[in-house]
Design a protein. Structure first.
Length: 56
């Protein structure tokens, strides 16, 4: 059995649209109409996005 990581990923559907709004465990946000693209963005962490406060 694996132990929980404490990482929370959230995807909300914006009612009245085809848009998904995702929030990564690092706090970055992303929108997409494609659910596969959304999950790929989240699970590629940290590629494609950096935690908030990172000045790189």
């Amino acid at each position: 059995m694996s132990s929980p990581t404490g990482e929370i990923y959230r995807i909300d559907w914006l009612p009245g649209t085809d848009v998904l709004h995702g929030t990564c465990h690092c706090g970055r946000e992303h929108t997409s109409q494609d659910p596969i693209e959304m999950w790929e963005w989240m699970l590629a962490h940290p590629q494609g996005h950096e935690p908030r406060g990172n000045s790189s």
